[in-house]
Write a protein of this length. Sequence first.
Length: 209
Amino acid sequence: MDNFKGENPESPEDILQKIPVLSSYAKGLENHIKERYLKKISVVEVDPAALPSEQLSPECLPPIEVSDLLSYLVLETSHYTNKQFKAFKSLQAYNQMVSGFVASVNGKEIVDKYVVVAKVRHSQSMRDPLVNIWIITEKDGTIISAHCLDCKAGLGETCSHVASALFYIEAITRIQGKLACTQVKCTWVLPTYVNEVPYARAKDITCLV
């Protein structure tokens, strides 16, 4: 995924100097994967996987819309394959979301962006430990990047776990009414219901030419 507004020319070493704490997960990544990981988190200069839980809040979430989900999960380009994700299967994650697979979603505002950390149940085994993911978005809800720490598909930056959390945030946005009136479908005022339609006799109708 390359949903960044500009390429970051900084080297991994330069980025590391700006990030105070790097998670053990990030430290254990292979070099080429770690370089990509550092590029993604450089926009907020913090490793979301290392954020203390007490700094996060379920009330601090981005206003993600359906169009943001479509753009990220289906239309954007993969950094690794240079092809569109076309992750239609990830759209099935909506069913996982409504089935209660999303255990927790918390966020924090950092340098004019939202950082979201979530825990999601495994889709294949309910007994496995919860999957940890993080998402970085713009203030308007545009998804910049995401990462799943506990599945190989997460290295491709999209998976059912990420998608489930995104659908969860989008649902909260709609429920809490965070969208501005210009961002939601217009509400039409329907005519008042009537029990019968009055009619006139043919001889009383004036024909206009």
